[in-house]
Design a protein around this ligand. Structure first.
Ligand code: GCB
Ligand code: CA
Length: 862
């Protein structure tokens, strides 16, 4: 029997804990597990998040009759070092935040009484525990379930790496025959010899028993009895990604005298065989199968990594519903329910340990890494979904001694030794699975002679994102194919950052728009499908995920997910559905962009609307007006839609049965403020920007700036702010902007503006000017992935400028950095009267350095 003990723990910070020790009336906070202490500070505006010690305390009643039982505590995951105390005695310590562990606890417990449990958890940096650094947040806490296991004195022996008590595999599988092997130990902790019957049953997916046996086992007192048996069945129903047939294996230990079941082991079994080769890529049950899927990080909006099982389950369903058949469980082993779902839904997996970016050259680091590999394999090997083990991700991304050539060379030798050691460790433990590591797109792995050590060569490629062109992607792969003609490759990562509320009709690199993300994936996908030596690919990532150090348009979040942190799909998700779903599929893209705006031309404004489908052709109508038929290429068709002011009902169709609808509110900007029939309510211009930004909270739409034309609106003079970075010149800053959730509009500026004009009718208006000083010191730690524009600029207090509205001096010698600090959103509202047909004119006067404005909002009062 296994029962969770998740409810009603008391959590203490270290300070609270010390106070509590002196004075027991000092309480902690009531929490339930899963719990993390970083769900808030990992996303707030303070730099960094708490990495240190926390304590969990709970009283638990242990009944008297448990005295005759075998008792253990099972932790599914605690980040990252856990020390367990029962009744103030230390029970054990576990290192590593992503694997399970189990402790025997009988000897520490009092029976028929309350028992005090204390778990000390530490998520500080530890040079001997991987990951040393990585592009994700190391949320601290007991963030996966905790269980008490109650067993009889005779039971399946616990696995030393907290894996399943019985190791099962299927050594020979063909269409006609399949074998099951099970290995374990029956542990007799009684002080007398015993006899039991081991009953084995295999139940088919239709619930019929296809194999059974019963064998007497003599158990010596206080000893283990090894069990290692293999049996065969005929005509197995194979497990594959379309029909993931699962059998159930029951292994019961039955007491000879009473006939009672003493312990049981139940597991699913999937029969499949597979291989990788350069000609066919991946082959499952004799059929080539392109592996298409994603990576996954285990965090969720507001919750950090402390997810209930249901949210893990939901992600695997999301992947299946995308048409995916592969999950790279990266960068660490995940909750057991993830693997269970992959078995059930037919998702093939690769599982890895969190050895990311760099290693430490100590024996302890090596030992911990080997230990993690063993835990990973023991804990996940019974799952038919697992086909690959990995143990390193981009291990040469942050070499610590790069500047000292000799030292660096020595380091590389150490990395190679560790690679070989971990490879050997995997191969000793698992003769079936393939190995694969993921490397970043650099020659370093070839030079260090480590990319060919695992069976499969994994590449994380971002050409056309961090640098280079899209075509750099296939060039890189083809180059490595020539270099290693016998190696199968996997694209272990590819993706581009997308803020789901940013759009552009002229997308460019690093503008974070949905449209740039689309271009990226539309290039990569066919390149992957065309190449047989690429067994498959995993999108980085299924979800936007927490990476505290990141700036960009969504601070603290890596936004390469094809869904957001709360799993709202972005367009890319639909692109993959359109390409991989078998059942008829049709979806209007940009679904969450339900508020648009643009400049009128004869009463309408034409903007593209995208439709995703796996049909040949689709049609579209707007407000009942047919726009004709379009051919679908690579799952997508684009219509140029004439939007009208107000609601626009878009209907997409393919045939009579496939239909999708979307209501889009359009806020038309009159062509001419004085003569157009379209009334002006407001106009929100994002300066220095080519993007549309939909602020969903305020339900506002910001449009790109344009140059002034008479009778209309726009800027005169100045230039868009450009960010010079190690990746080239970027259209937007990646600084987090304080005091706002609308970072994108402040991350672009227009510099040295001469004037901004609105040729509006006479009346009363509110003019809002938005500012953020972007060339200011940031207190952020530099992250390898950040653009590198977060540098301290000298002269930051030197930018001084004045602003006039309709010739009235409204800001005199404004010094943003001095008055508000760097990267802080500043909004100034002005009541303005437009008279005598003069409209509204905003003038900037640079006094020291160049003036800046981030955005301008004009609102008509009356
Ligand atoms: C990578 C890393 C991953 C990062 C990703 C990115 O190659 O393996 O951890 O999050 O790139 O977004 O840059
Ligand atoms: Ca702006």
């Amino acid at each position: 029997m296994k029962k969770s003990i998740n409810s009603n723990w008391e959590f203490f910070t270290e300070k609270e804990w010390i106070a509590h020790l002196y004075d027991h009336s000092v309480n902690g906070t009531k929490v339930n597990i899963p719990h993390t202490w970083n769900n808030i500070d990992a996303v707030d505006e303070e730099s960094g998040y708490f990495r240190g010690i926390g304590y969990y305390k709970k009283e638990i009643f242990i009944p008297l009759n448990y005295k005759d039982k075998d008792l253990s505590l099972l932790f599914e995951g605690v980040n990252q070092v856990a020390t367990v105390f029962i009744n103030d005695v230390e029970v054990g310590i576990h290192k590593g935040g992503y694997t399970r562990f189990i402790f025997d606890v009988h000897q520490y417990l009092k029976f028929g009484e309350q028992n005090k449990m204390i778990i000390k958890v530490d998520n500080s940096y530890d040079e001997n525990i991987a990951p040393l650094s990585a592009d994700f947040t190391f949320f601290g806490g007991i963030y996966r379930d905790v269980f008490l296991e109650v067993k009889n004195k005779i039971h399946w022996k616990k696995d030393e790496y907290a894996g399943a008590t019985v190791h099962i595999n299927t050594p020979n599988v063909t269409k006609d025959k399949a074998s099951v092997r099970f290995r374990g130990h029956i542990n007799n902790t009684l002080t007398t010899n015993q006899t039991v019957t081991l009953k084995c049953k295999l139940i088919a997916p239709n619930q019929s028993v296809v194999y059974q046996s019963a064998k007497k086992q003599k158990l010596v007192k206080s000893a283990d009895k090894e069990i290692d048996e293999t049996f065969e069945i005929n005509n197995p129903l194979l497990w594959n990604t379309e029909t993931p047939n699962l059998y159930q294996l029951h292994l019961s230990i039955i007491d000879e005298k009473s006939g009672k079941e003493l312990d049981s082991f139940i597991s699913s079994v999937g029969f499949r065989w597979y291989s990788f080769d350069v000609k066919n890529g991946f082959v499952l049950n004799g059929e080539p199968l392109k592996l298409i899927g994603t990576n996954r990080h285990q965090c969720f909006e507001g919750l950090g990594n402390a997810l209930p099982d249901e949210l893990h389950v939901r992600d695997i369903k999301l992947l299946k519903e995308m048409g995916g058949n592969f999950l790279r469980v990266s960068h660490y082993p995940q909750d057991p329910v993830v693997m269970e779902m992959c078995d059930k839904l037919g998702i093939l997996t690769s599982v890895e340990i969190p050895l990311v970016n760099a290693i430490t050259e100590t024996e302890e680091f090596t030992n911990n890494s080997v230990h993690m590999v063993k835990e990973m394999i023991h804990q996940n090997r019974n799952h038919p979904s697992v086909i690959m083990w990995a143990y390193m991700n981009e291990i040469l991304l942050r070499p610590p001694f790069k500047k000292d050539k000799e030292r660096h060379k020595k380091y590389l030798v150490k990395v190679k030794e560790l690679t070989q050691l971990l490879e050997n460790t995997v191969k000793e433990l698992d003769e079936e699975r393939y190995t694969m590591n993921a490397h970043h797109g650099s020659g370093a792995y070839h030079e260090a002679e480590i990319c060919a050590i695992p069976d499969i060569m994994g590449w994380n490629l971002y050409s056309g994102w961090y640098g280079g062109k899209f075509s750099g992607f296939e060039k890189f792969l083809d180059k490595y194919q020539a270099l290693y003609p016998d190696k199968v490759m996997m694209v272990t990562e590819y993706g581009a950052d997308v803020h789901a509320d940013l759009h552009s009709f002229n997308p460019i690199r690093f503008d974070y728009t949905v449209e740039y993300g689309n271009l990226y994936h539309e290039h990569y996908l066919p390149a992957i499908l065309e190449r047989n030596f690429i067994a498959g690919a995993a999108i980085w990532n299924i979800n936007d995920f927490h990476s505290e150090l990141r700036g960009y348009a969504t601070p603290h979040i890596n936004s390469k997910g094809i869904t957001t942190t709360d799993r709202t799909p972005k367009d890319t998700y639909y692109l993959y559905q359109a390409n991989f779903l078998k059942e008829p599929f049709l979806k209007i893209g940009d679904r969450t962009w339900t508020l648009r705006s643009g400049q009128e031309s004869n009463g309408i404004c034409k903007q593209p609307v995208v439709v995703y489908s796996n049909q040949e052709k689709v049609t579209l109508s707007v407000n009942g007006k047919e726009l004709g038929e379009q051919k679908v290429t690579l799952g997508k068709a684009t219509f140029n839609v004439p939007f009208q002011d107000g609601n626009n009902q878009i209907v997409a169709k393919s045939g009579e049965l496939l239909i999708d609808m979307l209501d889009i509110e359009f806020r038309m900007i009159p062509e001419s403020f004085t003569s157009s029939d379209v009334p002006l309510y407001e106009i929100n211009v994002d300066l220095g920007s080519t993007r549309y930004y939909h602020d969903k909270t305020l339900n506002q739409i910001w449009i790109p700036e344009k140059e002034y034309t008479s009778g209309s609106w726009g800027y005169i003079g100045g230039e868009a702010f450009k960010v010079k970075t190690k990746y080239g010149s970027m259209p937007a800053s990646d600084l987090e902007i304080y005091g706002t959730k609308n970072d994108p509009i402040y991350q672009t500026n227009r510099m040295d503006l001469e004037a901004f004009k609105f040729d509006v009718k006479d009346g009363f208006y509110t003019v809002e000017l938005h500012f953020a000083e972007l060339l200011a010191k940031s207190d952020k730690e530099a992250l390898a992935y950040n653009l590198g524009n977060d540098k301290v600029e000298e002269n930051i207090n030197e930018r001084v400028f004045s602003i006039l509205i309709n010739d009235e001096l409204v800001e005199e010698e404004l010094n943003l950095a001095k008055e508000f600090g760097g990267a802080r959103a500043v909004i100034k509202k002005f009541q303005v009267k437009a008279v005598d047909g003069q409209g509204i004119i905003i003038n900037c006067k640079s006094i020291k350095d160049k003036s800046l404005i981030s955005a301008i909002r004009l609102y008509k009062n009356y």
